[in-house]
Structures are given as C-alpha cells and as structure tokens.
Design a protein around this ligand. Sequence first.
Ligand SMILES: CSC[C@@H](O)[C@@H](O)C(=O)COP(=O)(O)O
Length: 424
Amino acid sequence: MASPATSIGNVACKPSALQAIVFEAPRQLQILDQLLLPFESVYVPIRNLEDGHRAIRTMQVRGAPAIAIVGVLALVVDALNSNRPVAPTAVGPFLTYIDDSIKYLLTSRPTAVNLFEATNRLTRHLENVAAAGTDVDGLKAALLAYGEAMLTQDIKDNRRIGRYGAEYILSGGHTPVHDGNQADPARSWSVLTHCNTGALATAGWGTALGIIRSLHAAVNSDNEHGHFQAYCTETRPYLQGSRLTAYELVHDGIPATLITDSMVSALLATHRIDAVVVGADRVTANGDTANKIGTYQLAIAARYHGVPMIVAAPTTSIDLGRRSGAEIEIEERPQEELLAVTGRVTLCGTPEAQGEEENVDASLPATTKYRMPLAAPGIQAWNPSFDVTPAALIDAIVTELGVVTKNAQGEFDLAGFIQTRRAE
Ligand SMILES: CSC[C@@H](O)[C@@H](O)C(=O)COP(=O)(O)O
C-alpha cells in the first residue's frame, strides 16, 4: 500500500510514524483522524473538552488506551487554555470544574474502562495535590504532568506487554497445537489477531499488535525460529482490522494476511495458527474480557481447534471493581455503521494505482466523503460494538506486570497477581 498523504494543519507532508496522538506541552493536541485511514493521514486539533468528547464518540480516535490518553489530554488543553478561560481560578471551584468535565467526557463511550480508570486516578491525584496546599496554577501543573506521564507510561507498558507476550508464545507457555513441533527451532510462527490494538490504539507500539511486533522482531533476529506470519481479521462492521491493523502491519513490513471475520474457523482448521492474540477494553476480576465484537466467536473457534487464546491488556484495562462480564455495559453504535461504508473513492488496489499520486481519484474533490450502502434499504441492523469473552475461553492475560495464567482451580486471580507483582 502506498503511504497516504499526510496533512498537519494545512501543511501536507509524509507520515513519519504511526502516531495517533501528538501533544506539544502545554496545550497543543492533535490526533490522527482514524476515520480517514488508511488512505489519508490528517491530524485534527483538539482544542477543548468538546473536541475531545467528539473525537472519542465519533471514533476519530480509537482503542481503549488511546481514548483514555486523548480524554485526559483534552482536559489538560481545556483547563490550560488561556484564550478560553473557562476554568475557575480558585482551588475548590477548579476541582469541581474538572469533576464536571470528567463526567461529561465519560458519556462519550461506555465500554472501555481505561478512561474511567485514568480519570478516577486523576481525581484522587488532584485532590491529594490540593490537600497538600497549592493554588490553581499548581493544580494545572499537576494536571499537565499527569497527562504527559500517561503518554510515556503507556509506551513503556506496551513494550513490556510485547516482550512478555512474545516470550510466552515462543517458549511454548501454552499448549502447542501447531503442525510443526514446538521443539523444532526452525519452525514458522503464525498469529491471528482481531481489531485495532497497535500504535494507533495506544500512545505507541500497541498491546496485542505490540506482541506481534515483538514476536516478529524476535523471530527475525533469531534465524533459528524461522519465519513469522501475522493474520488479521477485517473486523466487521467498522473494519478496524482491514483499515488500521493492516495499515500498521504493512507500514512495519511484517508479513501479514487479511481474512474476513467469517474465515476464522477455516484458517484455524488449517493448523497454521500458533496463537490468537487480542486486546481488551475491559477485563473484569474473573478474567471475562470485553473486546471488539467478534472476539467471542474467535475464542470459541480457537478453543474448538485447540489454539491458545491470549488477551493483551495493560493493568489500566483491568476493572477489579466488576466481578464478571455480566456487569459490563456494552456500547451499541448506530445502525448506519453496519449498513454502509464511508470513505473516499480511490483507485487503491487496481491496476491504475501505480503510485501514491494515483491512489486517490483526482477527478473527485479531495474533501468529499462518499457513502456506499451495503444492505437492502429498510433492513434493521443490530450493532453492538463489543462482546464479552468468558474467562473460560481465555488461556492467558498478558499485562505489563507479566503473564497471568489460571490457577489449579482453573481461574484467573487477577487481583492477587497485580498485588503480588506490585509488591515485588
Ligand atoms: C488496544 S485495546 C483493544 C481495543 O480497544 C480494540 O480492540 C477495540 O475494541 C477498539 O475498538 P474501537 O471501537 O475502534 O475503539
């Protein structure tokens, strides 16, 4: 795929990185509009709370960790913007203002826990800073530092998840099912993933796609391990897999093959897949995992074929306050997202598309978006954005603290694991 044109502000340039969030302290925030990828890279400014809420709600920014970071950074730019002095100047009213702003942000999307977790922690942090005795400028400084720390911490955590996940798969921590023998060092490695869990869904590197990146790097740097191959699903209805994950895989030069969601069982039946690796929007205390719709049926098919099902989840995606997946609110999105696709008309993938300039049909106005209906007019559609995979179908949960597997009772003890690792 040719690189899409990128524009930052009004300046066109080449994309240099897969960077979903660009923050220049103290108050310049831009996000890569993921509704336009993979054919156009356009950064849009987030100037205030309303911009942040809209970007999350309309899915210009995607993925649980990225949503949390953009939400908090929207609070930062909103509260620090001197051209828009909405934030009160006394400590008590300022804290109330932040509290109300958080309540508003949390109405954007309900399922992913990360924004809830991040804003909860932020509230406690600001209350502590206030209690230690500070003025509003001190609170603003603490808010800014908190937002900046989220960006760097998320990348660190993802790198750890990538390393732990890759080691787990390569060491055969799971039950091997691949036709090749686990003990054969020259064998090939293949992993199937779903949805959007890479650099675009996080501050960088990614969670499940971070494991794929680390695995690809490990296999490539060690010829003994042979060849690495990733497979990604389209991820209907909103095509996060074919538009975003596929874009990242091509960008990184990772050998990758796209399948439709309906091909999963057929692929697993070929015995080519060593592991299924997915992300998480909310993992409850027992290990039940809400993730992009389609994950549940992937887990059922993986279990049937004896392929390990691995969830990549930073601890910020783990909700110990909910006992099981029955307590997770599942977002339902508009029917239109299923009934039609939106995009620009391009020549991508056709014999006419020889260079990136030819990629977009020049006869069409650059700013025009087109909608193509996919279903019979008048049909009703059900569009839950996520589903819950029961812990029983999950073999391992990879966090930045390490890999959680089941105990002798066949259960995940996430609370115990986190407590023990944090105490070490
Ligand atoms: C990187 S964590 C996993 C997810 O957030 C991801 O799988 C996902 O569900 C993204 O969904 P989206 O609805 O596009 O925000």
